[in-house]
Design a protein around this ligand. Structure first.
Ligand code: MOS
Length: 738
């Protein structure tokens, strides 16, 4: 019925009309306003905190410091952060917090925060993870004795021997920058004590139930006494997976026992919250003359910034994707994530998959060039299929659709297939001799769900009501799935309606309020359609069975509520890396995609225009094709930003791109006039109705496809993102000089 249809998004009307309330739109009688006193240094010892002048300011209710935090530690994965830095403690980046000023008005809070005096002893700063790894480098966390937060090794076969036997060796070195999430809605919200005495936070969050775990830890308050409500979320992209405001709002409510509102400025969200990891990636590939890959060696180093956040799970992902969706008999991967005094780095759309994809797909085109082989043909020879080995010695689960995405994208973009040979289309060149066009292809893949042994699960509660005839009148789905703007509530409602055999108008998705809905895990890892979708599907099936039982028993009841918890490991138990060999079953499921970019390079200015993108994505089963096309548009947009302009710049630990005027993202004028979405459906038998994930995959192939297209147009390789005009111009000049 509704599955596979372009059901209109449940939230669209209120969002378009502007009546939907985002966290900053909530106000309460008697509310106070809070402002954070941020660290002034990327690395310094805090010697003294003097709050007296701020406290003496009329209208200031409280200056909260470390003394008010019951157990001063938190962190989504590793509790290596203090909520508020204590005297004698250290600031390790500019996002560390010294105090929170709570006042009767926002203006007073702003004025008083400037009056908090902090005495610092500045410390040497380390900002390049490659330097930070070296012995003798300043330590970000002394007690750890090293800045290396984590190291992953993957060893398969014998790379040295295979390199000797290879016909071609291609080496490369790739660098990706810090990237800002740029959600439209900066962090905001309100903390208060609810009618049942619970410390309650209204904020934009990706995983409200996990926020409560972290808050419960540092406030030393049982989780039942805490509550988080997630209304409309103005974009997330991984940036709301960690807490940047939720914990501060909870702390404010806990200390002052009144509603406290806090809204970050754009500058605060830019300077004081997490970013996407920069990666430094070295590749060495060996192949046979016929294009068969024989050995891949990769070293990748990621900049974790000042605190762990999710740097280890991000690195876990990155290492598993290091060599792309290809079959490799011999593999050696060393992956490191390293503390620095740069911004904390964290989840961002792709969670460790965009950086490796940029590197491995340019490597692939360099190899194609070295072999004199068409890039589509070379990929076709090596892409994984059902049952192919992962580089970690496992096999891919059924539903591997990558070849199909490449085939469909290549044919759409004008490639011809002749007896296994692939022939690239001739690209007509513009009349202006200084303008050159080129076409580039890139494939990419990413996990769906949490990996490496993490118990990925979601609980759905479904309440069914029916009339005397037994016809369902209403279904309420209660699930803690944050709708972060991607349309997941609509997709889940479609799955529910389809499973129950009722029109979607009869389905309601309850407000995400931890007091009312069960834990569904984070809105991340492109996992909700798969994991939460399976939970909703199974809960609906259970509800239908219970309804039939009740009708048969003729009890007269006209409603039933059931609960079901879906666990990824029911079907596919993932395992962590073996410490020496890296052997593991890494991921539950995957999404697959290929994009092809047509670009035009102005050789006099270095400006690159993206003229057209073909984007083929395997989603298993398209729950809502229109929303998938929307995801593709959004993913391509982010990918163009990654490819051509986005760069969150630090100097000595100080961010230099502090506002949107200094951090360009693509506008409508930077978007290609045409994006051709191609939806591929190779079902995953364990997904709900075959569905996989789509959220992150849409952005992965865009940047490497564009960079490969630039090479096709003008012969240069841009190995360090972004390919700004200046960089392309310089590379062209160097190329001409050679
Ligand atoms: Mo997403 S990068 O898995 O929050």
């Amino acid at each position: 019925m509704t599955l596979g249809e372009n059901t209109i998004r449940l939230d669209i009307k209120t969002k378009v009309q502007g009546s939907r309330r985002y966290p900053q739109d909530f106000n309460m009688p008697g509310q106070l306003y809070a402002k954070v006193v941020w660290s002034q240094y990327p690395h310094a010892r805090v010697k003294r905190i003097d709050t007296s002048a701020a406290e003496a300011t009329p209208g200031v209710v409280k200056v909260i410091t470390y003394k008010d935090v019951p157990l001063n530690e938190y962190g989504i994965h590793t509790p290596d952060q203090t909520v508020l830095v204590p005297e004698g403690g250290k600031v390790r980046w500019l996002g560390d917090r010294i105090a929170i000023v709570v006042a009767e008005t926002e203006e007073i809070a702003e004025e008083a925060r400037k009056k908090v005096k902090v005495e610092y002893e500045p410390l040497p700063v380390v900002t390049d993870p490659r330097e930070a790894m070296k012995p003798g480098s300043p330590l970000v966390h002394e007690e750890k004795g090293t800045n290396i937060l984590h190291h992953i090794k993957i060893r398969r076969g014998d790379v040295e021997k295979a390199f000797e036997e290879a016909d071609v060796i291609v080496e490369g070195y790739y660098i990706t920058p810090h990237v800002e999430h740029v959600y439209l809605q900066p962090e905001a919200g309100i903390g208060y004590i609810d009618e049942e005495g619970r410390i309650t936070v209204i904020a934009a969050a990706q995983w409200p139930h996990d926020d409560l775990h972290q808050i419960s830890h540092f406030l030393q308050i049982p989780i039942e006494k805490l509550r988080e409500i997630v209304p409309a979320v103005g974009g997330a992209f991984g940036g709301r997976e960690d807490m940047y405001i939720q914990h501060l709002l909870a702390l404010c409510a806990y200390v002052v026992r009144r509603p406290v509102k806090m809204v970050f400025t754009r500058e605060e969200t830019m300077m004081r919250t997490g970013k996407r990891h920069p990666f430094y990636i070295r590749h060495k590939w060996g192949a046979k003359k016929d294009g068969k890959l024989v050995a891949g060696e990769v070293e990748m180093i990621s900049d974790a910034g000042a605190y762990a956040s999710t740097s280890i799970p991000v690195l876990n992902n990155a290492a598993s994707f290091a060599l792309g969706p290809y079959v490799w008999p011999n593999v050696k991967v060393d992956a490191y994530t390293v503390y620095t005094n740069n911004a904390v780095t964290m989840a961002m759309r792709g969670f460790g998959s965009p950086q490796p994809a940029f590197a491995y797909e340019i490597q692939m085109d360099k190899l194609a060039e070295a072999l004199g082989m068409d890039p589509v043909e070379l990929r076709m020879k090596n892409l994984v299929e059902d049952g192919s080995p992962t580089i970690t010695g496992a096999t891919f689960p059924p539903g591997v659709g990558i070849k199909e995405t490449l085939r469909q994208a290549a044919l759409a973009a004008g490639w011809r297939e002749e007896n296994g040979r692939w022939i690239k289309p001739q690209i007509p060149q513009p009349k202006e001799p200084y303008k050159r066009r080129g076409i580039g292809v890139a494939c990419a893949f990413k996990n769906v769900g949490y990996s490496f042994g993490f118990d990925d699960k979601a609980t759905a509660r479904v309440m069914l009501s029916w009339d005397e005839s037994g016809e369902i009148t209403r279904a309420i789905v209660k699930i803690g799935t944050s709708e972060v703007g991607e349309g997941v509530h609509t997709a889940l409602a479609q799955i529910a309606a389809h499973t129950l055999g009722i029109p979607i108008q009869k389905v309601r998705i309850a407000l995400v309020d931890t007091a009312e809905v069960p834990n569904a895990g984070s809105s991340s890892a492109s996992r909700h359609v798969y994991i939460s979708g399976n939970a909703v599907k199974a809960a609906c099936e259970l509800a239908l069975r219970r309804k039939e039982e009740i009708l048969r028993a003729e009890t007269g009841e006209t409603s039933v509520e059931v609960e079901y918890t879906y666990r990824g490991r029911i079907e596919r138990p993932t395992t962590p890396y073996h410490p020496e060999t890296g052997e593991c079953f890494p991921h539950i499921s995957y999404g697959w995609g290929t994009q092809i970019a047509l670009v035009e390079v102005d050789t006099e200015t270095g400006q690159v225009s993206v003229l057209k993108i073909w984007a083929a994505h395997d989603v298993g089963k398209a729950v809502n094709p229109e929303m998938i096309i929307g995801q593709i548009g959004g993913g391509v947009h982010m990918g163009i930003g990654y490819a051509l302009m986005e760069h969150f710049i630090h100097e000595g630990g100080y961010p230099r791109t502090r506002r949107l005027s200094e951090y360009p993202i693509p506008t409508v004028l930077d978007m290609p006039p045409e994006i051709v979405p191609i939806i591929v459906e190779v079902p995953d038998p364990a997904g709900p109705y075959g569905a996989k994930g789509i959220g992150e995959m849409t952005t992965l192939p865009t940047a490497p496809a564009i960079i490969n297209a630039i090479h096709d147009a003008v012969g240069i390789w841009v190995d360090e993102l972004p390919a700004t005009e200046e960089k392309v111009y310089k590379l062209l000049k160097e190329a001409r000089a050679r």
